[in-house]
Design a protein around this ligand. Structure first.
Ligand SMILES: NC(=O)c1ccc[n+]([C@@H]2O[C@H](COP(=O)([O-])OP(=O)(O)OC[C@H]3O[C@@H](n4cnc5c(N)ncnc54)[C@H](OP(=O)(O)O)[C@@H]3O)[C@@H](O)[C@H]2O)c1
Length: 259
């Protein structure tokens, strides 16, 4: 496993999620692991999802509260339905579905972005979000919460990131449409758009002095996001306090999109 962010024993909390039954994809490392800790510390029951069972079990063993491990590919049509069913069997229902799994396998112009890679990015970052929403809406009751992990790169695209930026911009359009579709069911649908966080996905950027300086130069707070900066935003959107918030994008970016 690549480097892991150090997790403080008690992160700041953004809303009451005590007892909430939360499905969290991309939970095995990076931001997902951080969210798993944040929700578990706050008393949520968490279903941990990614492809690598051993890594999920490692995260499950670190958490202070109960969790369920579901290993599989979120881009698979049936897998999301299986996760929903397993969560209902384990917890009695699903209150929150966080579609957070994501990839960025290429930073290159169109000539060096293979069509198969483009499709893979869209499958995991966008289509899987839709599949998760479908599965969640089937089992959720009124008060349910869908949260997608977007990115500031969906709003301000980066060079060489056409597939990634398209997938994250697409999530915003999809979430707004789903917010309309699912409002009659009492389900809210929102996007959290992180800025630049220290995670294995960002190793290549953080380790490059030039790229790192460019990122910090745009970030008003002039620092990378850390372990205490993210979970509270998701907890607000997962809590009863956000009942009237739907179709929104919450940037958690230290001011990256300001300059
Ligand atoms: N880090 C940042 O600064 C940043 C900024 C903006 C947005 N984001 C977004 O935040 C999310 C998490 O990113 P991260 O930085 O935490 O990345 P990361 O460290 O690479 O973690 C990605 C997670 O997604 C899982 N995953 C990847 N493909 C999957 C698939 N097909 N099925 C199931 N799980 C899959 C990975 O586990 P397995 O490989 O075991 O499946 C892992 O748990 C992504 O959506 C990313 O686009 C990150």
């Amino acid at each position: 496993m690549s480097h892991q962010i150090e997790i403080p024993p008690l992160m700041p909390q953004g809303g009451n999620v005590q007892g909430k039954r939360v499905v969290l994809t991309g939970a095995s490392r990076g931001l997902g692991r951080l969210l798993a800790h944040g929700f578990s510390q706050a008393g949520a029951l968490v279903t941990l999802v990614s492809r690598t069972e051993a890594d999920l079990k490692t995260v499950a063993a670190e958490l202070p509260g109960p969790s369920l491990v579901c290993a599989g590919d979120v881009a698979d049509d049936d897998f999301n339905e299986q996760v929903a069913d397993a969560s209902v069997a384990e917890w009695g229902g699903v209150d929150v579905w966080i579609a957070n799994a994501g990839i960025s396998p290429v930073v290159a112009g169109p000539d060096r972005t293979e069509p198969s890679v483009w499709r893979q990015v869209l499958e995991v970052n966008l289509t899987a979000g839709f599949l998760g929403a479908r599965a969640a809406a089937r089992v959720m009751e009124p008060g349910g919460r869908l949260i997608f992990t977007g990115s500031v790169l969906g709003e301000r695209p980066g060079k060489g990131l056409s597939a990634y930026s398209a997938s994250k911009a697409g999530l915003v359009g999809m979430a707004k449409s789903l917010a309309l579709d699912l409002a009659p069911q009492g389900i809210t649908v929102n996007v959290v758009a992180p800025g630049w966080f220290d995670s294995p996905l960002m190793d290549g950027w953080k380790n490059s002095p030039k790229l790192s300086a460019a990122i910090l130069g745009h970030t008003a707070q002039q620092r990378w996001g850390d372990a205490t900066d993210l979970a509270g935003a998701y907890q607000f959107l997962a809590s009863d306090a956000s009942a009237f918030v739907t179709g929104a994008v919450l940037n958690v970016d230290g001011g990256y999109l300001l300059a």
